[in-house]
Design a protein around this ligand. Structure first.
Ligand SMILES: Nc1ncnc2c1ncn2[C@@H]1O[C@H](COP(=O)(O)OP(=O)(O)OP(=O)(O)O)[C@@H](O)[C@H]1O
Ligand SMILES: [Mg+2]
Length: 377
């Protein structure tokens, strides 16, 4: 039998647990056409959550959801081609319809639809973009135009949205998006991504085009109780037993971060016979740290001595007052001006973040590595 735990992929079906509160809020936003911005550090479950909410939305009559991932999109023109293709593809099923839709709604842009031989059930669209507002508008209004023409509702889900900050003129681009999308009545947008400081800058600064674009949701970790039950059930369903105590320990070591919880549970599952022992847990934590070690070594090498000292402080305990004189001295952090700089760099690198007004390391396993290996040697 193979391990019942998954990580590194979208959590679907019975690999997906809880998030009932977030699902409800997203469903209500979709239904009421309230745009949503979803932010969290890496691997807390944004893509999985939106994927599930989109599936639920699609399950209702005349409702469509489009999944757009900006991971690989490097510039504005690539964005427009990809956006148009995904919207057309998700709202009509036949190749003939793809061409018709493109011709009908993007006529001004002289679209060309092609069917590369290596792409089954897929197509590419190219057009001649002039630097004219009406051209951008035609593309950005495509969801709304299709929704009105077909009498449907469309949820447009855009993942890794912070990538638009790498485009040549991100501010102008944001203005274009916002100007078009804020008028839409039959399509709704959910924009999500990691790199919390970038996402926050896009949506929380008053001067930015997307300020007050919609409901800003900060995704939380999953409650320990749900993760514990999840682990116990998965072991049971595969003919193994884990005590509540040990299952809870897994969630604690992973600080309830969903990715590491699943990864550690997976390692424990592999390492154990019929019943999980405390030795299995301890060995598995060591394995988990070892598996991630190469990345952490690189990360530590890229940091200055004072940055490392700052992390040492946080591995011992999360901190509210990072400017306390006593701490600055004890951890040799230099001046308070230095602390500000360290803080800014580490937040930018997504190594630390603020949770309930306390600074902590984002990655619980990096913290374990620093604490148990790096600072011990
Ligand atoms: N609701 C959930 N139930 C159980 N496991 C989950 C859940 N959500 C996420 N996970 C676990 O976390 C992993 C990462 O999830 P996902 O890819 O959705 O996160 P993400 O926030 O989109 O990550 P990234 O920032 O890298 O894009 C999944 O592979 C899965 O192991
Ligand atoms: Mg994701």
């Amino acid at each position: 039998m193979s391990s019942p735990f998954t990580f590194g992929k979208i959590a679907k079906g019975n690999s997906f647990t809880n998030r009932a509160f977030e699902m409800k809020r997203l469903a209500a936003n979709f239904d009421n056409k309230v745009n949503t911005i979803l932010i969290s550090p890496r691997r807390w479950g944004k893509s999985s959550l939106v994927n599930k909410a989109a599936e639920t939305f699609r399950g209702k009559k005349s409702r469509y959801a489009v999944m757009i991932d900006l991971f690989n999109i490097r510039d504005e023109s690539q964005f427009y081609a990809y956006f148009a293709k995904k919207i057309i593809q998700a709202t009509s099923s036949k190749p003939k319809e793809w061409i018709d839709t493109a011709m009908l709604f993007l006529k001004r842009l002289a679209p060309k639809v092609s069917f590369p031989v290596n792409m089954v059930n897929d197509f590419e669209i190219t057009f001649e973009l002039r630097d004219k507002a009406e051209d951008f508008e035609d593309i950005l209004n495509l969801p709304e135009k299709i929704a009105c023409a077909k009498k449907i509702e469309i949820a447009v889900c855009i993942d890794e949205f912070q990538n638009i900050l790498n485009f040549e003129n991100p501010l102008l681009f944001q203005k274009r998006l916002r100007a078009a999308w804020q008028k839409h009545m039959n399509s709704v947008y959910i924009l999500y991504g990691s790199q919390t400081h970038m996402m926050t800058a896009l949506f929380e600064k008053k001067s930015m085009p997307f300020y007050k674009f919609g409901d800003v949701m900060y995704l939380r970790k999953i409650d320990s109780k749900f993760l514990t039950d999840f682990i116990i059930t998965k072991f049971k369903n595969t003919g193994k037993t884990i005590s509540r105590e040990f299952a809870r320990q897994i969630t604690e070591e992973a600080e309830c971060q969903p990715y590491y919880t699943q990864q550690l549970a997976h390692i424990v599952w592999i390492n154990s016979d019929k019943t999980v022992t405390s030795e299995n847990i301890n060995n598995s934590v060591t394995n988990l740290i070892e598996q991630n070690e190469p990345l952490y070594i690189k990360e530590a090498e890229s940091l200055s001595n004072t940055q490392i000292n700052f992390l040492k402080m946080l591995t011992e305990s999360e901190r509210k007052d990072i400017y306390a004189k006593e701490l600055i001295q004890r951890y040799r952090l230099g001046t308070s001006g230095n602390v500000t700089k360290i803080r800014t760099v580490l937040i930018k690198k997504e190594i630390i973040h603020l949770v309930n007004s306390k600074y902590e390391l984002v990655d619980p396993v990096f913290r374990l590595w620093l604490k148990n290996i790096y600072f011990k040697s």
